[in-house]
Design a protein around this ligand. Structure first.
Ligand code: ADP
Ligand code: MG
Length: 266
């Protein structure tokens, strides 16, 4: 555990570096049976800057989902420090954690968890509705804008269960953005989509990242999709095995790599 001085030092560092996320020595153990424990993350150090578009790859069982759940404040680390938008998380109570999660983080899962009997636009409104208690015009307007942004204007009032898998994942992305989070965490967001839908969902996340400054951390099994990210972090056996800037970023539904400088110019 850190003393308060360490936390303050780390916070001022984040103000300087504009870090969205900082992890220091994060470890996670799960209880197994009555008395056993197994450590699955063995000390993760990681900084994600504002507006980074990052892939998290690694073999099944390497700890990717565990790490995302910790970063998403859905679970607690066994030890280590975490700063989200400069805020130290280790001493926050449940209420403060819930607030920080709602304010700072958007989630996109493989299975989108939409409410099937609600329309697309209502699903997008839900996180804001949970916060404000009742719908208002500003909320409806913001949800409609996001539905537009993800290319679903014509389907805004369709029930979620009448949409295709790719369309539902677009709704999930719109929903993840309604609180204007600093960080979107996506765990295999295209895992159950065909190649074309996966490409367009990735294009959409990229566009949101480029236009809003939102940081994305995306777990993917697909090396082709990882190549669309600016940075590729590989987790192996609960440790970061590599963390590389991707200099051959693939763009928009395109399989020919472009050097970064050229991508910026197109
Ligand atoms: P990945 O997402 O990379 O496939 P996970 O984070 O799901 O990996 O799992 C990492 C390791 O932690 C695996 O060995 C898995 O069996 C174990 N694990 C995950 N969740 C739990 C849990 N709730 N209880 C016990 N072990 C778990
Ligand atoms: Mg997983």
């Amino acid at each position: 555990m850190a003393d308060s001085k360490t936390s303050i030092d780390s916070q001022s560092r984040d103000a300087e570096t504009d870090a969205t996320l900082r992890l220091e020595g994060i470890k996670k153990s799960y209880k197994i049976g009555k008395s056993g424990e197994v450590e699955v993350l063995h000390g993760i150090d990681l900084v994600l800057g504002r507006g980074e578009f990052v892939a998290l790859i690694g073999p099944s069982g390497s700890g990717k989902s565990t790490l995302l759940n910790l970063i998403g404040l859905l679970d607690k680390a066994s030890s280590g420090l975490m700063f989200l938008t400069g805020i130290a998380t280790e001493n926050l109570d449940d209420r403060a954690l819930t607030k920080l999660r709602a304010d700072a983080i958007g989630f996109v899962f493989q299975f989108h968890h939409l409410l099937p009997a609600f329309t697309a636009v209502e699903n997008v409104m839900l996180p804001l509705l949970a916060k404000q208690g009742r719908p208002d015009d500003a909320m409806r307007k913001r949800a409609a804008e996001l539905i537009d942004k993800v290319g679903l204007r014509a389907l805004a009032n369709n029930m979620a269960n009448n949409l295709s898998g790719g369309q539902q994942q677009r709704v999930a992305i719109a929903r993840s953005l309604i609180m204007q989070p600093a960080l979107v965490l996506a765990d295999e967001p295209t895992g159950n989509l065909d190649t074309k839908s996966a490409d367009s969902v990735f294009d959409l996340m990229r566009e949101v990242c480029d236009t809003s400054g939102t940081t994305f951390l995306i777990v993917t099994h697909d090396p082709r999709l990882a190549q669309r990210c600016d940075r590729i972090i590989e987790l192996v056996d609960g440790l970061i095995a590599s963390d590389k800037k991707n200099t051959q970023v693939l763009t928009k539904g395109d399989d020919s790599p472009l050097p970064v400088a050229q991508r910026a110019a197109t």
